[in-house]
Ligand binder design. Structure first.
Ligand code: UFG
Length: 328
């Protein structure tokens, strides 16, 4: 299939693009490089542009005869979304509406959309099935939820076929070691812990150890970025005009912040000093996916179901690219 990947220079987008290309799809990356990296894109693939640039976007969709779009282009920092919500509504919502309109005017009727566990807020049921009420607690989560609603309305009214994939904690890197995670500034746990192992940070801060969990630290479901990418390919194969798919992407196992740090100690052999600091605003105590639906309906089987194996791939990337894409 001929696929345009919006945000294909970012973390999950770049990994998914490689997997799509390996699976025989024709891919083009559409990215403004505001957060993504040219080094994450295969040579000759990058079309640099804004999603709000309707003429450019429509000409790409038309000239490349695009049959499906994958949309990864978004800002993802919860804290930043609280401080500067306007950027999030503009980038994650307004730009997405522009993409949807460009697709509608050209007649592209298949979309896979990156949604998030953050749309659930602080759910009462753990693990979290897809029919859990979505009550986001920050602007980031709201922007993603509003897009999900827009997609449902576009499907009903205009026959758009879409999959909204709600990621839990995307982690790890391509086993090839060629691409990986590089956020500026970095805020995610595993890369920050590995920066301690690289000697770039003195210690890792644990944001609170007074949560209602066995060791007092937050529990998350760490799902390998390539497994997320494979789920996109499976979802794409089920998309027809008007079809609506919604799936959680998580392994279904939770690990505490302390357990993640321990896994990183095992993988790196570094003692990784840790200090406990106050909680970070907006952190839910426990987020674990119930991923039964995607496993049953799409036959998705995460290949990385052991945290240490996921951390190993991340470590391979960070060790060979200690400054991320600046080393690529
Ligand atoms: N944490 C620390 N110390 C750090 C960084 C993180 O203790 O230096 C903790 C956090 O408090 C949290 C856990 O590690 O409990 C995981 O934090 P991340 O920032 O890696 O991931 P989040 O669960 O906060 O965020 C994930 C995605 C985000 C997305 C969010 C939505 O990585 O992109 O889910 O829920 F926005």
């Amino acid at each position: 299939m001929r696929i345009m990947i919006a945000g294909g220079a970012g973390y999950v987008g770049s990994h998914t693009t490689r997997l799509l290309a390996e699976a025989g799809h024709e891919t083009w990356v559409y990215d403004n490089l505001s957060r993504g990296h040219q080094g994450a894109v295969l040579p000759g693939q990058l079309i640099r542009g804004e999603l709000e640039d309707r003429p450019l976007l429509e000409s790409v969709l038309r000239e490349k005869r695009i049959e499906a779009v994958m949309h990864f282009a978004a800002f993802i920092e919860v804290g930043e979304s609280v401080v500067d919500p306007a950027r999030y509504y503009q980038n994650n919502l307004v730009a997405t509406l522009s993409l949807l309109e460009a697709m509608r005017s050209v007649g592209v009727q298949r979309l896979v959309f990156s949604s998030t566990a953050a749309t659930y807020g602080e759910p009462e049921t753990i693990p979290i099935p897809e029919d859990t009420p979505q009550k986001p607690i920050n602007p980031y989560g709201f922007t993603k939820l509003v897009v999900e609603h827009a997609l449902a309305d576009y499907a009903a009214a205009y026959n758009l076929g879409y999959a909204a994939l709600r990621y839990f904690n995307a982690s790890g890197a391509s086993p090839s070691g060629q691409i990986g995670e590089d956020h500026r500034p970095e805020s995610h746990l595993i890369p920050l812990v590995l920066q301690v192992a690289l000697g770039q940070r003195k210690e890792i801060r644990i944001f609170g150890d007074d949560f209602p969990t066995p060791d007092g630290t937050c529990i998350r479901d760490y799902v390998h970025v390539n497994d997320i990418g494979q789920a996109h390919i499976l979802a794409l194969s089920r998309l027809e005009p008007g079809v609506q798919l919604k799936y959680n992407l998580g392994v279904g196992q939770g690990f505490s912040v302390r357990q993640v740090i321990d896994a990183c100690r095992t993988v790196t052999g570094h003692p990784i000093p840790a200090v406990v600091t106050p909680r970070r605003d907006g952190d839910a105590p426990v987020l674990i996916a119930d991923s039964t639906k995607v496993r049953e309906e799409l036959h998705w089987v995460p290949q990385f179901d052991q945290l240490e194996a996921t951390v190993e791939t991340a470590w391979r990337w960070h060790r060979s690219h200690p400054h991320g894409y600046a080393d690529a």
